[in-house]
Design a protein around this ligand. Structure first.
Ligand code: ADP
Length: 621
């Protein structure tokens, strides 16, 4: 067994690898960029070596720096994690040439699977079903067009050197082919320095199913069953699970055997994944599942396989790299229960999933479940690397329970001020169609309106904020009626959420969020979302009936006129301001004689439904 290991990676996967290596008594060495110097993976390692500035191409991608670090620290082996140099055959060769153990796929396998057309050809030769299409030498536009016509539309054009979803074009009709080919070639040339393309039948509403395989240096290859990674957004995986919903034993046996055949065809050693695309329009069927590509590394989503098999795949990697045989034979592996993983990203779903970077003044994960993360509270999400904060992993006896636990776990995430997709993940995991297994790769885009939380606080958030903003010693409104001796029981309170005011009529079922103060900001965490709260408005939290005069926007719109100023005396029925909503103008009138106490809006301002526009304080007489 190797005695020391350098991890040529960062973040959660570096932490993950260190955890297992340490438990096996292996000395661990981290390499890090300048801005990562205090990250948990650096602290967790026995030793750490700085390899350069923040940009990955000046640190984590500089092969010579990493090799130097290994030599200086006497590292016996290098684990590349995923991404960065993990599928770089030249680096794997350089590591081996330096007499260091490469905890990754053999360089020959990486090369064989690196180009999509060569990989497909290899798979066809090995009798593994591949997506119908064309991947020939003749790259003339006329020939490609004829092939596309033969395959039948829609057709997918893929760059043979493509990856990460780049260099792909879907073509719906023959007359669009030439244009799509041109732009695909341009992108492929610019991104991969290789303009060659292949054509595939476009599978409508497909599922992404992949099989974990493992080989050792003694010629043994096993599979560890399948994962379903169908829930994607723009070809990026969001929720992964194992096993795949709707997979029967015969189909499982067929695709797992195909995966083992694929791995054998490239004399595979170590952890690898064979990705398939499935046409599940009539259920999963063995004759409608096709090879897509092989990933010659450990996958981000490997934990779901660990959870259902009870195996530690990093331990397997280290044993195999040390020359040991695989820890298990095929017949010793079995599926136990159901596992799901959700990727918690620093991004804002409400603004088109824009990345959100910055400090993590608060970072709390659900307790009692597995969370693989590489960042701690007080840390920072930097713009230099992948914005994944953590992987939330659950394991349960059955799929329904797993989904419920995942949704529940996502709802408990508390992050501030960085925005996350936690609420979106919770909604996806609790979605009726997801629970029913009605999924395909277009699921998220198609159901965006019910999965993506709104930018403004929905009613439950307003309710929870009202509950949180009531006086501390009397947080539950029920007791409030007794508390306010001088007024009729008042369940109404003006709350300030994310710089907007809302008049809330508190009801019995107000959900209870978590109300905490972080660096002076009062925050409400509810169902995975974070909302900054303003101070309670004295008038509402204190003296009773004042909120009666609050005027709320009846619908979202724009303020086109404001005819009063704060402090003005107004008569009942007097026009206060005018809203334009749904192409109609609506005048907001004073409900009684009084004084304009709060004027919350200006001409030109946008208002959301339920937002407080102004408040009239009743005249004394
Ligand atoms: P990359 O290497 O760029 O990640 P892949 O070939 O792995 O590209 O495909 C990425 C994703 O594109 C798949 O997960 C799937 O959602 C979709 N896809 C790929 N091939 C097809 C196809 N023939 N029909 C429909 N969708 C496809």
């Amino acid at each position: 067994m190797i005695k020391s290991l350098l991890i040529a990676n960062r973040g959660e996967i570096a932490c993950r690898i260190i955890r297992t290596a340490r438990s096996m008594g292996i000395r661990t060495i981290a390499v890090h960029s300048d801005i990562d110097a205090t990250m948990p993976f650096v602290q967790a390692a026995d030793e750490a070596v700085r390899i350069g500035p923040a940009p990955a191409r000046e640190s984590y991608l500089v092969q010579a720096r990493i090799l130097d670090a290994a030599k200086v620290t006497g590292a016996e082996a290098i684990h590349p994690g995923y991404g960065f140099l993990s599928e770089n055959a030249a680096f794997a060769e350089a590591v081996e040439a330096a007499g260091i153990v490469w905890v990754g796929a053999p360089p020959t396998s990486i090369r064989a699977m690196g180009l999509k057309d060569a990989a497909k050809a290899l798979m066809m030769a090995a009798d593994v079903p591949v997506t119908p299409g064309y991947m020939g030498e003749d790259q003339s536009p006329e020939h490609l067009q004829a092939q596309a016509d033969r395959i039948g539309y829609p057709v997918l054009i893929k760059a043979v050197a493509g990856g990460g979803g780049k260099g792909m074009r879907k073509v719906d009709a023959a007359q669009d082919f030439a244009g799509a080919l041109l732009s695909c070639r341009r992108e492929a040339g610019a991104s991969f320095g290789d303009e060659r393309v292949l054509l595939e039948k476009y599978i409508t509403g497909p599922r992404h199913i992949e099989v974990q395989v493992f080989g050792d240096q003694h010629g043994n290859i096993v599979h560890l069953f399948e994962r379903d990674c169908t829930l994607q957004r723009r070809h990026q995986k969001v929720i992964e699970e194992a096993p795949a919903p709707g997979m029967d034993e015969a189909t499982r046996a067929a695709i797992c055997q195909a995966a083992v055949k694929a791995a054998k065809a490239v004399d595979y050693v170590g952890a690898g994944t064979i990705e398939f695309i499935a046409d599940a329009s009539e259920g999963l069927r063995a004759d409608r599942i096709w090879f897509m590509e092989m990933n010659t590394r450990l996958q981000v989503e490997h934990p779901v396989t660990e959870e259902i098999t009870g195996q530690d795949l990093v331990e397997w990697q280290l044993r195999v790299a040390s020359g040991e045989p695989l820890p298990c034979r095929q017949e010793e592996l079995a599926i136990n229960g159901w596992a799901m993983e959700a990727r918690l990203y620093a991004e804002n779903p409400a603004s088109g999933f824009l990345p959100s970077t910055g400090p993590l003044d608060r970072l709390r994960f659900p307790q009692g479940i597995r969370v693989d993360s590489g960042i701690a509270e007080g840390g920072e999400v930097s713009p230099y690397y992948d914005p994944m904060i953590a992987k939330i992993i659950v394991h349960a006896p059955d799929r329904g329970t797993a989904a419920a636990r995942l949704a529940d776990a996502a709802r408990q995430v508390e992050v501030w001020p960085v925005r996350t997709n936690a609420a979106f993940l919770a909604r996806a995991a609790a979605d009726r169609d997801f629970i029913a297994g009605n999924i395909d790769t277009g699921f998220i885009e198609r159901h965006a309106d019910r999965l993506v939380p709104m930018a403004e606080p929905a009613e439950p958030v307003r309710q929870a904020a009202a509950l949180a903003l009531l006086p501390r010693d009397d947080g539950v409104w029920r007791r409030l009626s007794g508390f306010r001796a001088n007024a009729a029981p008042d369940r109404r309170i003006v709350v300030d959420i994310a710089d907007h005011n809302y008049l809330v009529e508190l009801d019995d079922n107000a959900p209870r969020g978590r109300d905490v103060t972080v660096r002076g900001d009062r925050l409400l965490f509810l169902d995975g979302e974070a909302w900054p709260l303003g101070p309670p408005r004295a008038s509402a939290a204190g003296a009773g009936a004042a909120s009666d005069g609050a005027l709320l926007a009846p619908m979202p719109g724009k303020v086109i006129a404001v005819e009063v100023a704060e402090g003005d005396t107004v008569r009942k029925g007097q026009k206060l301001l005018v809203l334009e909503a749904m192409k109609m103008e609506q005048a907001m009138l004073a409900p009684f004689d009084g004084v304009v106490a709060d004027l919350m809006v200006k001409v030109g301002g946008q208002v959301t439904e339920g937002m407080m526009l102004t408040r009239i304080e009743r005249g004394e007489d």
